[in-house]
Design a protein around this ligand. Structure first.
Ligand code: HEM
Length: 150
């Protein structure tokens, strides 16, 4: 257990909470890089944050949800099912964004960019991903607040 916001919280929950907030910060910085046409750092940061999320934090959360912590599917009386459905939709949109990134990127003279029409599609799908990811995070934080804070 660790002390967080005046309450005892399992250490793994604190790791997930701060880890997901850090992933979101990296997403925001990566979007800023794209906005100033720094395609290369944008693509590395997006891939690193996305992979860290789906290979580390989401498996940790799923292990807790499918373990005995919340009483099993459909986790009555909690927002866990909503959180998972949102997360699955977001995952699919994230994969689509990455696919479009690789499909439409142009590499020239050690730079990476996208022709305007192609960038528009990638930007719309990518922005939807970021917004849905944030909504999923907010639902996750609300589960944390309801479960652990007084
Ligand atoms: C989930 C992952 C990703 C998200 C959410 C995302 C989101 C975005 C957004 C919102 C923009 C437009 C920014 C703006 O013009 O204001 C953008 C541009 C761009 N993205 Fe991504 N992206 C992702 C992954 C990737 C990947 C994997 C690549 C390359 C393989 C990539 C390559 C690019 C490039 C080259 C641009 C244009 C940069 C420029 O203006 O020169 N993106 N992305």
């Amino acid at each position: 257990m660790v002390q967080l916001f005046g309450s005892d919280v399992p250490a793994i929950v604190a790791v997930m909470l701060f880890g997901e907030v850090a992933v979101f910060c990296v997403y925001l910085v990566a979007v800023l890089f794209a906005a100033v046409h720094r395609g290369k750092p944008h693509h590395y940061m997006m891939l690193a944050a996305f992979l860290t999320d789906i290979l580390v934090f989401k498996p940790l959360m799923s292990m807790r949800a499918f373990g005995d912590v919340w009483g099993g599917y459909p986790w009555s009386g909690t927002s866990i099912l909503r959180h998972m459905v949102l997360d699955t939709i977001t995952l699919v949109i994230g994969i689509a964004t990455i696919y479009l990134g690789f499909k439409y990127r142009v590499k020239r003279e050690n730079k990476m960019f996208m022709p305007p029409a192609r960038k528009k599609i990638h930007r719309v799908v990518g922005t939807s991903f970021i917004i849905l990811w944030l909504v999923t995070l907010v639902v996750g934080i609300s589960i944390f607040v309801e479960s652990y804070l007084p």
